[in-house]
Design a protein. Structure first.
Length: 263
């Protein structure tokens, strides 16, 4: 097989993996949380899927570019880590501490990204090698070709499953949605849940459509709350209405009532 054919296969496998991964990652939480208006970060679902396909194709091309497999896998993984880190930094809201925040994001996400991209790049190169070997023979095995393709696509889908919100986070989204729905259906402030009564301005602006965004960093919100226990993860649900009104509910402990405030 020529170098051009090998690289074309790498790009095709990478694009397919990016498509499967992004389809799972972009739709998983919406499917698991039906009826919950889960926030969709920019640049939107369709564009995110398209970018994942392009990135996957690029990384697959890099993985298949050198004749030796190991350099291709390493270059592809490093490119994936670098590109996604830069993308995350550009979307971060660091304010005056943006540069420092970018460095922190890069340092703390380098290893998880490496754990993601090294196996993906290795699987791409492995599949390319299988197809390269089989297509060089007249009696190639369609079963081997299909099995190798199926395995890399299955891996991509499994990696996409890591995008699922943790159980505690999903519960926080469901609870916040229920509180808002109860308040919006109430004919008076007296019928609001106690958590919503504490949200300044909700009675005037808490109308219409909204989205819920899950965050595990409630320290960025100006909301006083009890100190969480050791090894307990706090979650915040950021609520943004179409009219611009926003507030957040912080969940300090599982099962406890949230603390909701405008910010």
């Amino acid at each position: 097989m020529s170098e051009k054919a090998r690289r074309t296969l790498g790009a095709a496998f990478g694009a397919a993996m990016g498509l499967v991964y992004s389809l799972v990652a972009q739709n998983l939480n919406t499917l698991v949380l039906p009826g919950i208006p889960v926030y969709q970060p920019p640049p939107g679902r369709f564009t995110s899927i398209l970018l994942a396909v392009v990135l996957g194709g690029l990384l697959g091309l890099i993985a298949a570019w050198p004749e030796d497999a190991i350099p291709g896998v390493l270059y592809s993984a490093l490119a994936g880590i670098g590109i996604t880190s830069i993308y995350t930094m550009l979307l971060s809201e660091g304010g005056d501490n943006q540069v420092f925040g970018m460095l922190i994001v890069f340092i703390f996400t380098f290893l998880p990204r490496a754990i993601l991209f090294v196996p993906m790049s290795a699987m791409t190169r492995w599949a390319v090698s299988i197809w390269q070997a089989e297509l060089q023979t007249v009696t190639f095995s369609v079963r081997k070709l299909a099995l190798s393709l199926g395995l890399v696509l299955l891996l991509s889908g499994l990696v996409g499953l890591f995008s699922l919100y943790p159980r505690q986070g999903r519960d926080a989204l469901v609870t916040t949605h229920a509180l808002i729905q109860q308040a919006q259906k109430s004919t008076s402030v007296g019928g609001y849940p106690e958590e919503i009564k504490a949200v300044y301005g909700f009675s005037q602006a808490g109308v219409g459509s909204y989205t819920l965004r899950l965050s595990d960093d409630p320290d960025r919100l100006p909301i006083s709350r009890p100190i969480a226990g050791y090894n307990e993860t706090e979650y915040a649900v950021l609520v943004r209405f179409e009219n611009g009104f926003r507030f957040a509910c912080v969940y300090v402990k599982p099962g406890a009532s949230p603390i909701c405030r405008a910010y």
